[in-house]
Design a protein around this ligand. Structure first.
Ligand SMILES: [Mg+2]
Length: 136
């Protein structure tokens, strides 16, 4: 990138950061978070039910241009079934990461130099609580 263009780009990014209108990446669990929790062995025999406010918030974030990355411990072999459930419930998503561990999840990100502004946030929800309390 040419030096003047690089400076212009950095100015644009800095202004967007100040206005908090940078496009965000939302990493979101599925079961117990977007869908009411159910055991793996019942996925094919029970319907997926949305938690309160989840669909509205996900659609809002998609409309605002944020990237939605779904993460789930569901095994890779359930990808097509999972995509079908998401589609049937009109859940918007951009990437679907399957087969992650059952343990705690941590999000790691750097902060801009000389600015003490967190660029990684976690929202811990009670199981099936839904998204009504989440503001990003
Ligand atoms: Mg879960």
């Amino acid at each position: 990138m040419e030096r003047s263009n690089e400076h212009a780009y950095k100015d644009i990014i800095a202004k967007k950061r100040e206005r908090n209108d940078m496009k965000k990446t939302i990493f979101c669990d599925i079961d117990g978070t977007i869908f009411e929790y159910r055991k793996f062995e019942t996925f094919r025999t029970t319907p997926a039910v949305m938690t309160p406010g989840a669909l509205e918030k996900l659609k809002q974030w998609e409309a605002e241009g944020h990237m939605i990355v779904l993460t789930t411990a569901r095994p890779e072999r359930m990808r097509s079934h999972t995509a079908k459930e998401l589609s049937e419930n009109s859940v918007p998503w951009h990437k679907l990461i399957m087969g992650i561990g059952f343990g705690d999840r941590h999000l790691i990100n750097d902060m801009a130099p000389n600015k003490n502004i967190n660029r990684a946030t976690a929202h811990n929800l009670s199981r099936d609580q839904g998204f009504e309390c989440i503001e990003i």
